[in-house]
Design a protein around this ligand. Structure first.
Ligand SMILES: [Zn+2]
Length: 226
């Protein structure tokens, strides 16, 4: 791969072409465990967008790599992701939270994939809300992506801007306090599932609401593992 990129730089007659952005590997910078939640901060974390990105430039310096997006759907009680439409993948900076599926079950008596997914989205949206407030930025600048693995639940929280915008790292440094604030926000709200005060953010995709994937009590239960 590296040789191919160097060849590419020769081919376009530009030996100064900065291939480092394309070569960058994901790199775990820090790891910490808070209660039962394993966390790590990752530079150049790979995230997917199910939205095609169209970019036509002669010599693109884009850090975005074309990839297939994934569509999530719930069928026969299982969450499936399908490679269905073109999307894009890029590297940015962010942190990852991971908990054991078995332990979460003992904490919250959560048994279905929909509930696990709702817990992950609810933690993600509450963290985005707290982070945006602390940093004084629009919540759109921070994104999250849930992963349901065989034995683990994982949540990525990352800077929306390809290459990173320096938002996630200061939050990661202070993650316990951010967890506390998000947990408080979810536990003390008086709505039934979600509202503007706890979970609802600008441009929340309608499928999250249609599929009932924002539920503050499930989010709070997951954060109780901290
Ligand atoms: Zn609420």
């Amino acid at each position: 791969m590296t040789d191919e990129l160097d060849d590419f730089a020769h081919l376009i007659g530009d030996d100064e072409f900065d291939t480092s952005l394309l070569k960058r590997e994901s790199e775990t910078v820090e790891e910490r465990t808070t209660g039962e939640i394993d966390t790590k901060f990752v530079k150049n974390i790979r995230v997917q967008r199910a939205v095609p990105r169209v970019e036509i430039t002669y010599q693109s310096s884009s850090k975005v790599q074309e990839a297939h997006g994934e569509i999530l759907k719930i069928e026969d009680g299982e969450v499936r992701s399908e490679r269905a439409i073109a999307g894009h993948q890029y590297g940015t900076d962010g942190f990852e939270l991971q908990v054991s599926k078995r332990l979460f079950r003992t904490y919250a008596d959560v048994t279905t994939p929909e509930e696990r997914l709702a817990a992950l989205y609810s933690v993600g949206y509450s963290l985005r809300s707290v982070m945006a407030r602390q940093l004084g930025v629009n919540p759109i600048e921070i994104q999250c992506e849930p992963h349901l693995l065989n034995d683990y639940l994982r949540l990525l929280v990352y800077d929306n801007e390809p290459g990173g915008a320096g938002l996630s790292y200061p939050i990661y440094k202070n993650l316990s306090a951010v967890f506390d604030e998000a947990s408080m926000q979810l536990e003390t709200c008086e709505c039934s599932n979600y509202c503007e005060n706890c979970l609802l953010l600008p441009r929340t995709p309608t499928f999250l609401l249609d599929k009932n994937l924002l539920q503050r009590e499930l989010g709070a239960a997951l954060l109780d593992m901290r």
